[in-house]
Design a protein around this ligand. Structure first.
Ligand code: TRP
Length: 332
């Protein structure tokens, strides 16, 4: 009757999560912790692949952990920790690097995209070995399921290949994990460019709802969101991408169905509808922001929560590493 093991990670690369992160990822983490043995980590070592001011990295790491807790990731129900607190990630990462072909790593599309954007002199080697560290994150905990977005599918495939390769060369050591691709159910788009995904890489932040923004700013962003011609509040992604996106946002946060909302706003204009969406978003996010700020106000208590999580994580990680070393013939 053992519960399935889940592991996922999120990078502390921003000052705030946005609504797309929450509805796409964190909300599922919260669901999964109920019936699974879940391990969630803030992958601060992965964030080092982009040069960041130390004070900013520290701040972003803490704000990420605090937001996860405020959003419902419960340190009593799951194991919440910082990747850097467990040295075994680096140790197993090296083993994974020694198992990965150069060509195989060169085929990772995320590496290709990111390195193309910055040019080879500015691309660090850590970006190339990033997927092997990610494989270590997963395999150390013998995870069955890895909840991730579609963009991470290839990294999970690599992780599965590496686990299988290791097991067949050196004997059964790792659980072969499966990607749990998070349902695109709540696909949230940019408020100003409603045919593109809500993302921090957007040209302007006007279309991105950030959890740590003030309620006033978020209400304003919704009210000035781009809408479509016509004035009917109706879900039609092709003809009305702006209104459809707002309907999705309302429905995901209020739990009411799209058709119920269409009925409620029948005969009313876009203005009324936008005000209602703004209210739902603000009512939902304001307490989460307040809770995050409270957690950040007592930094030592927050760090203590993460240390307790790390102590739980270390038990599993060290057991896997010892087994890995033994099977490799490393004298332990
Ligand atoms: N690469 C993932 C992302 O950018 C983050 C990540 C690092 C991760 N390690 C992980 C996700 C382990 C799942 C499991 O989203």
């Amino acid at each position: 009757m053992t519960r399935k093991r889940v592991l996922s990670g999120i990078q502390p690369t921003h000052d705030s999560f946005h609504l797309g992160n929450y509805l796409g990822a964190v909300k599922q983490w919260v669901e999964l912790q109920k019936e699974h043995d879940a391990f969630y980590c803030v992958v601060d070592l992965h964030a080092l692949t982009v040069e960041t001011d130390p004070a900013l990295l520290r701040k972003r790491t803490l704000v990420s952990a605090a937001q996860l807790i405020a959003l419902g990731v419960d340190p009593d129900k799951c194991t919440l920790f910082l990747q850097s607190h467990i040295a075994e990630h680096n140790q197993l990462g090296w083993i994974m690097e020694c198992l990965t072909g150069f060509g195989e790593a060169s085929r990772m599309t995320q590496f290709k995209d990111k390195s193309q954007k910055s040019g080879s002199d500015r691309t660090v080697v850590g970006l190339f070995t990033y997927p092997m560290l990610q494989a270590a994150d997963i395999l150390l905990y013998q995870a069955d399921l890895v909840p991730v977005g579609e963009d991470q599918r290839q990294h999970i495939e690599l992780t599965r290949d590496l686990a299988g390769r290791f097991n067949s060369r050196y004997g059964a050591t790792f659980q072969i994990p499966e990607a749990y691709i998070m349902k695109a159910g709540a696909k949230i788009n940019d408020l100003q460019d409603p045919t593109s995904k809500m993302s921090k890489s957007a040209a302007s932040m006007q279309g991105v709802i950030e959890i740590m923004d003030s309620p006033e700013i978020n209400a304003k962003k919704i009210k000035s969101s781009m809408t479509d011609t016509g004035r009917e509040v109706r879900f039609d992604e092709k003809e009305k991408p702006g209104i459809s996106n707002l309907l999705t946002i309302h429905s995901s946060l209020s739990g009411r169905s799209i058709s119920e909302l269409e009925n409620e706003f029948e005969g009313k204009g876009y203005g009324d509808f936008k005000s209602a969406v703004a209210e739902v978003v603000v009512d939902y996010l304001a307490p989460i922001r307040t809770r995050t700020l409270e957690l950040l106000a007592d930094e030592s208590a927050l760090v203590e929560i993460l240390r307790v999580g790390a102590a739980k994580a270390r038990v599993v990680a060290s057991e896997t590493l010892v087994k890995t070393y033994k099977n490799l013939g490393i004298v332990t």
